[in-house]
Every structure is written in structure tokens, then in C-alpha cells.
Design a protein around this ligand. Sequence first.
Ligand SMILES: [Zn+2]
Ligand SMILES: [Zn+2]
Length: 118
Amino acid sequence: MSGAGPKLRFCPESNDLLYPKEDKERKKLVYFCRSCGYQEDAHPSEWCVYRNEVQHTSREKSVVLQDVRSDPTLPRTRDVRCPVCSHNEAVFFTSSTEQGMELFFSCLSCGHRWRDYV
Ligand SMILES: [Zn+2]
Ligand SMILES: [Zn+2]
């Protein structure tokens, strides 16, 4: 077991790294390209496989606790609303937890962090 995270995906159009994003309407995780807008669904089967893998290593991994708001590599979304301060822009990232792979948001205004089950 290599312990590598989720497989990185690359845009077939521009070869850029694809970022995970939640599709609110379909309640699905998708990958999208920040350069050209290409988008594809995350395959549910892959997430299941990853969930199983993660069971073994989840105890040594924990959710990152640093302030992710200042991390320029993380994607941002304006499709959310902070449950604490109602700000509508947040950084989001996936992290492995005891439950598997989960999507987290961190409010750009107050730093509140919440999760959204994938
Ligand atoms: Zn692209
Ligand atoms: Zn907030």
C-alpha cells in the first residue's frame, strides 16, 4: 500500500491539474479545470476504492488544522454560505477522515470550517 492520496487528474484539454468541486445540484463531486473550464464527474467507484484504502491509514492522518484560507493552491467557491457569518466565499479541499474522503469548506471571512459529505 503506497499511501498515496487520491489520484491526481489532469485536464485532457490543457493538461492542468483538475480540482475537486462539489456540484450542489447533483450532490456529486466533480473535477474541474481552472484554466479552460473542463469538468468531469468523479467516478463513484473510485471514491469507494479510495474509501477502503483510507480505512487503513486514517488514524495517522487527520484533517489539516492550519489556516487554509491563505493557501493559494486551494480552489475557492462562491456557491456556499458560511453557517456562522453568512459570507459566501470559501476555500474547499478534500481530506481523508475516519469516514473516508470528505469535502471541507473554510469560510474566507471568519475561518469557520465545515464539511460536506461526498
Ligand atoms: Zn483545461
Ligand atoms: Zn464565516
